[in-house]
Ligand binder design. Sequence first.
Ligand code: ADE
Length: 234
Amino acid sequence: MRIDVLTLFPGMFSGPLDHSILLKAREAGLLTVAAHDLREYAEGRHRVTDEPPFGGGGGMVMKPEPIFAGVEALREKFGQGKAVLLSPQGEMLDSVLARRLSAEEHLILICGRYEGVDQRVADHLADLEVSIGDYVLSGGELPALVLIDAVARFLPGVLGDPLASSRDSFEEGLLEGPQYTRPRSFRGHTVPEVLLSGDHAAVEKWRREEALRRTRERRPDLVRKALTPGKGVE
Ligand code: ADE
């Protein structure tokens, strides 16, 4: 999969992409990510990318031209990628959407900054507008990184174990239960006996019950969704 990112801050991408799973996926050729400076697509000596909003009000709005030019240049070079605008007004990112996006060959992520992005980008350029949660961040860069990570985990071969992403929390519609490792006793707190029993069926049963209990306690909305016919947890 290829992911191009259009941003005013391409430097924000190097750290997170250069570690752990994302680095391995890139080194294995399963994922290519390139961050492009939007300013390169801006016209004029000053390469202006934002202007005050029509109608007044504070702040600055990102101009449409550099964003259109950037997406069009990337599509010309790499084919008709799906353009995704990161914004708090978008469709909420969840594991279903991440999996769906992982089936795309090419994504172009557009990171907004300042008070917003000219509406014509969402209306006439982006195929999809995506939010990572009901809070406002300073820009679309961190959301783009979150999306890249969530999507990469669904790419075949990225996680060593081919079933790992389908066992992940949320894929079954449930939160994950508790996990323990050595030592068996830490400051007087012991590991549940069943995990030390060697009885795999009992361990599985316990994990499932704990996942259900935790989900019921913390996210009753997920339990209702999981019990909807066709989405089953049974
Ligand atoms: N840009 C600013 N806040 C955002 C959010 N919550 N999701 C996606 N893009 C954003």
